[in-house]
Write a protein that binds this ligand. Structure first.
Ligand code: ADP
Length: 717
């Protein structure tokens, strides 16, 4: 089953690639930008140096002109006012100088001499009267801004020096060296700047004098507006502006404090950032390539992983359906390890499956051969398992009971009780218990007949819910046998009772007749006949005793009286009274400890104590009998003991003497019927206790018995 909402391993891997690559690319971009900024700063510094060098070069040009002017001003021909000679001298100087022409101007502004023309030619007044005034009034060299020289008909720059002409003392004239912008153009070109750099030399009024690009178009015009402002503010700097051609550029400028002239070098932003953009595009291309490559790799790798995992999935499904799984070696170690584990699990399962089916077969064999019915029901009490013995016992074939409720096997009158019992058992959570709790329970056969059963129930929590298993046995035969036995026992008891009861009267008559015979005919009979009569009388007496004892024995179970509280000390007094003759006759001593009040059949308890104390007195050879009765409390009962100092009983007879008619001595040694202790055991058992003895031959015996301190739960009838 494919879940759309869960991302596939391929998309996860692609995400991972992107997450790893994107920050690296961004970092590279940032580094490139940082590098660009550093490069830009370096460029600014370099260009600033170049601009300063150029400004110095411009200043040096003016200084050179000034030096030439000063040299000419000292010319003797000037002092002698020999202007022709001065013209010739000045023209000579021009030959190896970059000054275009020299002009001599008087205080009124009239050009007296101009090397641009021939000597003696009519000359106009100077076009730059302002400079003349400045020079004469200050007495110092003056450098003009660029202006249009009418004589030359072009833009010129004048460097003027006040000079003395003739013998006078005052500086009355101005000697001017005229420079052409082309000269400054050369200075710029000599710098050899890269072709995209636009370098400008501007005069003190920020007019273009020299320019690497389009000088004809811009000469004499103001430099770019932004630069004009900057030049006023600072002597050097760098900023961005739009050049006169309209190109956005980074401008670096330097201004001479001396001449006020300045040099600016503009680098188009485009060429400045071109490198950055190239790097960034390269980076983008490289990143895209890398991304595509990595994604491709992730796709292939993801595919392999997905394939391996799909192989695992189908293997797991096969395993789930119990099919054998053999996986090939898979290309990823971890997945391969899981595959091996699955293969191993499959092998183990196959083995345990065989073992399971073998054990199932064994189990089935046991189920089918079991003598007892085994029935399993689910939580709804529907039959899910029903063995052959169940078929035999209930008479229903398997196919007719499977899936049916267990109730069909229970007589209707017990169904509610059964449901309650199962409910209680389920709630209790114990694993197993027997059913019925002491009373008989019944099943119902297909014929509708009820029959007694003995059953045990167990419960088990399984994946499908709780299941209950019942193992039950048809106990009809045993119950019948028990009932028959009980009936026969009862019959026997009744017979013994009736026989001993009915024997009493004829025995008494025989005893009476023998007495009469002895009394009336003693003198007529010989000794032998008399001896026979005596023996007959003794035998009758013994027979009477025997029937009396048998009657007592039978009565223990047949004469049922309600249990009542019995004060043992009082009861013992009564027993001692009954034994008075024997006690006195044997000189016996009977004592007792503290005795409790118990619950029981008083008459039978008298009989019990009577027999035990009586035996203690009787079975004492030649010493005065000493008997002690005591009681102690145990956990659930009172334990009584009757101790004597008599002849004792060998350990091998300790069990046997409680049986009817068991005697260890002859009538001559100790008279008796062998029923006394049998009566004792029956009485104790009827009270729910047990009887036993400890004894040492020749020293005495202790008979112990327990009597419960509460009403026994069930009393056998
Ligand atoms: P009976 O006394 O009538 O013979 P009992 O059933 O009372 O029958 O006793 C069975 C036998 O157990 C007696 O014959 C006697 O040998 C032996 N016996 C019973 N009580 C004692 C005792 N206190 N000391 C020694 N032997 C005893």
């Amino acid at each position: 089953m494919k879940s759309k909402s869960i991302p596939s391993i391929r998309s996860r891997l692609a995400g991972l690639v992107a997450v790893c690559l994107i920050p690296a690319v961004l970092l590279a971009a940032v580094l490139f930008y940082y590098d660009y900024q550093r490069g830009r700063e370096r460029l600014v510094q370099d260009l600033l140096t170049t601009a300063r060098v150029l400004v110095l070069a411009v200043d040096r040009e003016f200084e050179g002109v000034e030096r030439s002017l000063r040299a000419l001003s000292t010319s003797p021909s000037l002092a002698q006012q020999d202007l022709r000679a001065f013209h010739a001298q000045a023209t000579e100087v021009l030959a190896d100088h970059y000054v275009n022409n020299f002009v001599l101007i008087d205080a009124g502004g009239q050009q007296l001499l101009n090397t641009a023309g021939v000597f003696g030619q009519a000359l106009p007044k100077t076009a730059n009267l302002a400079q003349l005034e400045r020079v004469l009034s200050s007495g110092r060299t003056d450098i003009s801004n660029l202006f249009f020289g009418p004589l030359l008909g072009r833009f010129v720059i004048n460097v003027a020096l006040p000079v003395r002409v003739g013998a006078g003392t005052g500086l009355t004239h101005s000697l001017v060296g005229v420079l052409l912008p082309a000269h400054f153009q050369k200075i710029l070109q000599a710098q050899g700047l890269p072709p995209d750099r636009i370098a400008v030399i501007a005069d003190a009024s920020a007019k273009v004098v020299g320019r690497t690009h389009e000088i004809e178009r811009f000469v004499g015009k103001s430099v770019a507006p932004g630069l004009v402002e900057r030049l006023k503010e600072r002597n050097q700097g760098a900023f961005e502006l739009v050049t006169l051609e309209g190109i956005p550029a980074l401008v670096v400028y330097a201004r001479s404090a001396k001449s006020g002239w300045s040099v600016a070098i503009a680098t188009p932003i485009e060429s400045l950032t071109a490198d950055l953009w190239r790097s960034l595009w390269l980076l983008a291309g490289f990143a895209a390539l890398l991304l595509a490559g990595s994604l491709g790799l992730a796709w292939v790798l993801g595919g392999r992983i997905a394939w391996a995992i799909h192989a695992l999935r189908s293997a797991a499904e096969k395993l789930g359906y119990g099919q054998a799984v053999v996986l090939p070696a898979l290309p990823i170690r971890e997945v391969d390890e899981v595959a091996r584990a699955i293969s191993k699990a499959s092998a183990v399962l196959a083995q345990s499956g065989q073992a399971l089916s073998a054990s199932e077969a064994r189990m089935r064999g046991i189920l089918e051969s079991a003598m007892d019915a085994i029935i399993t029901v689910d939580a709804d009490q529907r039959i899910v398992l029903y063995n052959r013995a169940a078929e035999r016992i209930f008479g229903w074939p398997l196919e007719q009971v499977l899936g049916k409720r267990l109730e069909m096997l229970i007589p209707e009158r017990f169904r509610t009780a059964h449901a309650e019992h199962v409910g209680r058992f389920s709630a209790l959570g114990t694993t197993s218990r027997s059913m019925g709790g002491g009373t008989l329970i019944y099943g119902q056969r297909a014929s509708g007949d009820e029959f007694p059963i003995e059953a045990a129930i167990s419960q088990l929590d399984t994946a499908e819910g709780k299941v209950f298993s019942v193992i039950l046995r048809d106990v009809t035969a045993r119950v019948r046998a028990h009932e028959a036995l009980e009936r026969s026992n009862l019959d026997l008891q009744q017979f013994a009772y009736i026989a001993s009861h009915d024997l009493k009267t004829p025995l008494r008559s025989i005893g009476g007749f023998v007495q009469i015979l002895e009394k009336n005919y003693a003198d007529k009979l010989d000794d032998k006949a008399l001896s026979l009569i005596h023996r007959t009388a003794a035998a009758v007496k013994r027979l009477e005793q025997l029937t009396e004892d048998l009657l007592s024995y039978a009565r223990v179970n047949s004469e049922v009286r309600p249990f009542v509280p019995v004060h043992c000390a009082e009861m013992l007094d009564e027993v001692l009274q009954l034994l008075d003759a024997a006690i006195v006759g044997r000189g016996a001593r009977v004592s007792c400890g503290e005795l409790p009040e118990i619950i029981g059949d008083r008459t039978q308890l008298v009989q019990l104590f009577l027999n035990l104390i009586g035996n203690g007195i009787k079975y004492c050879a030649d010493r005065a009998p000493v008997v002690h009765v005591s009681a102690r409390r145990t956990e659930h009962a009172w334990e009584f003991s009757v101790t004597d100092n008599g002849i004792g009983i060998d350990a091998r007879h300790h069990e046997k003497i409680f049986e009817v008619f068991t005697r260890l001595h002859t009538q001559q040694a100790y008279s008796g019927t062998g029923i006394g202790l049998a009566i004792c055991r029956r009485v104790v058992q009827r009270h729910g206790g047990r009887i036993w003895l400890t004894s040492t031959l020749g020293e005495g015996s202790t008979f112990c018995f327990t009597l419960p301190d509460t009403f026994p739960e069930s009393r056998p009838a």
